[in-house]
Design a protein around this ligand. Structure first.
Ligand SMILES: Cc1cc2nc3c(=O)[nH]c(=O)nc-3n(C[C@H](O)[C@H](O)[C@H](O)COP(=O)(O)O)c2cc1C
Length: 235
């Protein structure tokens, strides 16, 4: 049974409802998303703001045979430890590391996987590379512009539009940085030149309604930990 905060928004829901009920599903049904929905989502995502309207995203959407080949090649790269990340994945040693550890503990807790169970933990990574069973995946590439931060933040805006548009239409997606560990493999399968760097993939489709991971309510820190108000009346 889904909790109130996980029920899909009514078509006439407010933007706030759509934003707040979005979740990252980790199990999908195999049913494909209708083409007109995919097109609508891509058009919504394309309307994202970007620095000087540079629109630095280059997006490859894989379905069917290409999706299957991509997943198989990523799994092989993972099993053979052929890691070729374009970006580092560090959390420091303070609050961000603590939040990440809390998230990991909550996720593996819901899945009933012990910290010491390396085999099952590895299967969770492999599930990521199977796109959690989703019928489609969008890989988000970005050109190396300067130190990369501005362009990457633009692609983040694109990605959030993409996720919210999916959710508002009754579908779901999950961003997956783990795909970025095997960037060369993804470029090879998708025919992407080396100059384009892989930020992450978004697996998308219909979330499996009965999945145990749907009960994961990871929550957020209170506003006061993230926001400083200066002469701004809010409450
Ligand atoms: C850029 C990015 C990369 C992520 N990478 C992964 C990933 O590789 N695997 C995964 O299961 N979840 C991944 N996530 C999902 C986050 O864990 C999730 O967004 C976070 O825990 C908050 O949960 P929610 O999206 O359900 O609100 C990623 C999210 C973002 C924004």
């Amino acid at each position: 049974m889904l909790s109130d905060s996980q029920t899909l928004p009514h078509p006439a829901s407010s933007i706030s409802d759509v934003i707040r009920t979005r979740r990252s599903p980790r199990e999908f049904l195999p049913d494909p998303v209708p083409v007109e929905v995919i097109r609508g989502v891509l058009e919504d995502a394309q309307s994202a703001p970007s620095h000087s309207n540079t629109q630095p995203w280059l997006v490859h959407v894989a379905s069917g045979a290409t999706r299957d080949e991509l997943s198989a090649e990523l799994l092989a790269a993972h099993d053979e430890e052929r890691r070729t990340p374009d970006f580092t994945d560090t959390y420091g040693d303070g609050v961000h590391l603590a939040r990440s550890q809390h998230h990991g503990a909550a996720l593996y807790g819901v899945l009933g996987i012990a910290r010491s169970d390396h085999e099952r933990r590895n299967e969770v990574v492999r599930d990521n590379l199977r796109f959690y069973g989703a019928p489609h995946v969008a890989f988000l590439f970005v050109p190396r512009l300067g130190d990369g931060v501005r362009a990457a933040s633009d692609v983040g805006m694109y990605a959030q539009n993409f996720l919210l548009s999916l959710h508002g239409r009754g579908f779901q997606g999950i961003p997956q940085a783990v795909h970025g560990l095997y960037a060369d493999t993804a470029r090879e399968v998708l025919g992407v030149p080396d100059e384009l760097k892989l930020l992450f993939g978004i697996a998308f489709g219909t979330a499996a309604p009965e999945s145990p991971v749907r009960s994961l309510e990871i929550g957020r820190v209170p506003l006061e930990e993230s926001v400083v108000l200066h002469d701004t009346p809010v409450w």
